[in-house]
Write a protein that binds this ligand. Structure first.
Ligand code: ZN
Ligand code: ZN
Length: 330
């Protein structure tokens, strides 16, 4: 899409977005779902089996917790936070929404952390996420929450994509991602980086440094931690599109959900986020209950990030009056 075509896209928001790429994450209400019967649901059995095995392994990992060293548990928590940041501060707020700018060292850290989270490479994640915002809760939304909790949580990864998701994904403006050397490098070496960061490093460190058994190191910091980060991320697509209030825009489904905010380190202010997707804090309240925002602030303080986009108080208040549900915020 060119700049000029971008201008013609009508946004439900009407609030200023700053460049062609951030426009790609604004809701486009010109899209209409196709009439007629929905395409058949095609199950991808390989993914069903892999996800089942992963979750069985994670449940087994929970039972191993009493036998693990305290350092191993602390290490698992650290791996959880690093991989979650690779998704929230990296694939989400930096690369999907371009809500702030990062220096090369920070980009390299976030891309490495992102491989630890193993949720598809950054390019694919950001493309799916822009489609999610632009065509939210329609056939072109990869995890359309109108198809129910299970589908928007994990089910969307177990079936073939709806043809409209693929069609609209191909039409998105992704030049910024293609021009980003870190994103393209991670995409090129994705499998290797996942093997290393999601499985080998989480296992090797506790085994090598404090003599944890490889069995426990495999099931807790690798499998259980990975599964928890996956589910925390998926809750943003499922629970935060179903339960909670809508102080900023009652016409959309995403909601403010404090449980999700906690588990997904600051991504549960989802009514705010879909209303103002370009805000780096993804919340009206900056750092409050928002580890990801704190992290970005610290990175700015250290000179590793800059140009954090924020929505003005007046715009927020005007928006609340115009489209909010009248609920008490926060
Ligand atoms: Zn959403
Ligand atoms: Zn988003």
């Amino acid at each position: 899409m060119t700049e000029t075509e971008g201008e013609n896209v009508r946004h439900r928001n009407g609030d200023a977005a700053t460049d062609a790429y951030t426009r790609e994450d604004m809701f486009d209400d010109t899209y209409k779902e196709k009439d007629g019967p929905k395409p058949p649901r095609i199950v991808v059995w390989k993914n069903v089996i892999l996800m089942s095995l992963l979750h069985i392994g994670a449940i087994y990992g929970i039972f191993l917790i009493p036998s693990a060293a305290s350092l191993t548990l602390a290490w698992s928590l650290l791996c959880f936070l690093i991989s979650a940041l690779g998704v929230t501060a990296g694939a989400h707020r930096l690369w999907s929404h371009r809500s702030y700018k990062a220096t090369l060292p920070l980009k390299i850290f976030l891309a490495t952390a992102n491989s630890m989270a193993f949720q598809n490479d950054i390019f694919e994640w950001a493309r799916d996420h822009r489609v999610h915002h632009k065509y939210s809760e329609t056939d072109a939304d990869p995890h359309n929450a109108l198809r129910g909790f299970f589908f928007s949580h994990i089910g969307w990864l177990l079936v073939r994509k709806h043809p409209d998701v693929i069609e609209k994904g191909h039409k998105l403006e992704l030049g910024d991602l293609k021009a980003d050397k870190v994103v393209m490098f991670q995409r090129k070496y994705y499998k290797l980086s996942v093997l290393l960061m999601c499985f080998f490093v989480p296992m090797f460190v506790p085994w090598y440094l404090w003599g944890e058994s490889l069995w426990i190191a495999y099931f807790i910091p690798a499998l259980l931690r990975y599964t928890l980060v996956l589910n925390a991320t998926w809750l943003v697509n499922s629970a935060a599109h179903m339960w909670g209030n809508r102080p900023y825009d009652v016409t959309i489904n995403p909601r403010e959900n404090s449980w999700v905010t906690f588990s997904a380190i600051g991504e549960g202010f989802h009514n705010y986020h879909h209303t103002f997707p370009y805000d780096y804090a993804s919340s009206e309240y900056g750092c409050r209950l928002n580890l990801t925002t704190c992290f970005i602030d610290v990175m700015c303080y250290l000179g590793l990030a800059k140009e954090r986009k924020r929505v003005s108080r007046e715009t927020i208040v005007a928006r609340i009056k115009r489209t909010g549900d009248g609920s008490v915020r926060g």
